[in-house]
Design a protein around this ligand. Sequence first.
Ligand SMILES: Cc1cc2nc3c(=O)[nH]c(=O)nc-3n(C[C@H](O)[C@H](O)[C@H](O)COP(=O)(O)OP(=O)(O)OC[C@H]3O[C@@H](n4cnc5c(N)ncnc54)[C@H](O)[C@@H]3O)c2cc1C
Length: 478
Amino acid sequence: MGLRTPDEYRESLRDGRRVMFRGEWVADVTQHPVLRKAIDHAAIDYALAEDPAYRDLCTAEEDGEQISRFYKVPKTPEDLLLRMRAIEAATSEGRTVVTLIHEIGTDALFALLRVAHACDAARGTAYLPRVKALLQRARSQDWALAVAQTDTKGDRGKPPSEQEDPDQYLRIVERRSDGIVVRGAKVHTSVSINANALIVLPTRALRPGEEDYAVSFWLPLDTEGLHLIASPYLSSHRSEIEHPLSASHKMVETFTWFDDVFVPYDQVFQAGEVEYAGPLALGFVDFHRFTAVSYKLPLLDLLVGSASLIAELNGIGRAGHVRDKLAQLAMYASTVRKLLEASALTGRLEDPGIFVPDTLTVNTAKYHFAHGFHEALRDVQDIAGGLLVTAPAWDDMQHETVGPALRKYLLGAQGTAEERLRVLYMITDLAVSDLAGYHAVLAVHAEGSLEAEKLAASRHFDFRAAQKLARKMAGIAE
Ligand SMILES: Cc1cc2nc3c(=O)[nH]c(=O)nc-3n(C[C@H](O)[C@H](O)[C@H](O)COP(=O)(O)OP(=O)(O)OC[C@H]3O[C@@H](n4cnc5c(N)ncnc54)[C@H](O)[C@@H]3O)c2cc1C
């Protein structure tokens, strides 16, 4: 098959998955008023693959089959750059909200290919053929994938084996002749309610004695014992005019509960090989941080564009402090973009033939984005003015007597009052609303916290070479 239509995708989600929304089980996610919005949003990926304007970018050919661009295993820097542009295109269509149903799962599959290859070579396991089988199946059926990595973690100061409750990290509770039984819960699992398969990865490096926590596998979403408790964030109804970004676009995250779930061995990619838990967790984030920064690009461009547009409409485009802030915003957006491109261009080819973004550069890109995001929001809010939270409703503009007064007094330096208001509504949605809050928390936490990025970057910076230089300049011996 290779590629699916948006309707085939929607239809594939009508199975026996157990999804809860606000205390009630959802019989059919495709018919649910809130969840349906996340499904329609995700379907953008399938629509772009059919669209002549995007087909070349969003699809690729492999083994004579036309497939989603995201399933193409990167072999060169150009493959990574095309992947970046495809993510950027889908997120632009999603009005700053990433679709994620292809990106996150393929990030996990690429890491699994690398780690399964290394583990099989060192330990004599047979995981690589299973990873390849999932990749082949997901690619040819154009599956939507979710990834559950983040554990509930209990006391963050203690490793899994020292937690008061041993289930705070997902673990193997039984090994049978035909598979394993796992127990635990993962949190913040994006797009799980609207995926065809869920890939599970360990959160962190583990040590001997923690073999039951070194576990990775995949599941269909209707697997018995798997429960998806959906977050209600961003689920209130909103108008397209007052919320032009978030009215029709959202992702859904779940609390993902594995209530003693059986996993057959042919779906298992790790089961006790503690020394490969860390490499798998980190191998995933090499790719996933590349995805993360790729989907931030439309958001950053929109922040620059919004600030510059409202500055013009308000007549402050020439003010010194505004020009300074616009320059800062422009430099911020272009630094993030160029760092991301550099991470593709300076990446490395790893066994078994996968091109990986440069770890130091991609972590620096993600950190630079996350560290600067709140300041960028502040500058946009500053330039736009207080109407961001006090503007009248669009209905007021249509009122017989109030409307003309609003149209007279809400005029700025350029354009009509309606145009100015629509730009302000858009900026409110982007930089002030619950969507802005979502983007802000996403910036700090999703794909790893600021500290995780600093740690990864420090590990890959050559401090020895830098010290050698400092010693030489100081005239002291090595
Ligand atoms: C919108 C959204 C979508 C997401 N989607 C997914 C997804 O699809 N799949 C998935 O698996 N995950 C997903 N995540 C999870 C994301 O990767 C985590 O939020 C991130 O790793 C931080 O983990 P946490 O939220 O548990 O916070 P915590 O780990 O509790 O972090 C909070 C603070 O505690 C600090 N901290 C934590 N542990 C320690 C320690 N041992 N020592 C010192 N400081 C510590 C952190 O640095 C941070 O400052 C998503 C998150 C968000 C917000």
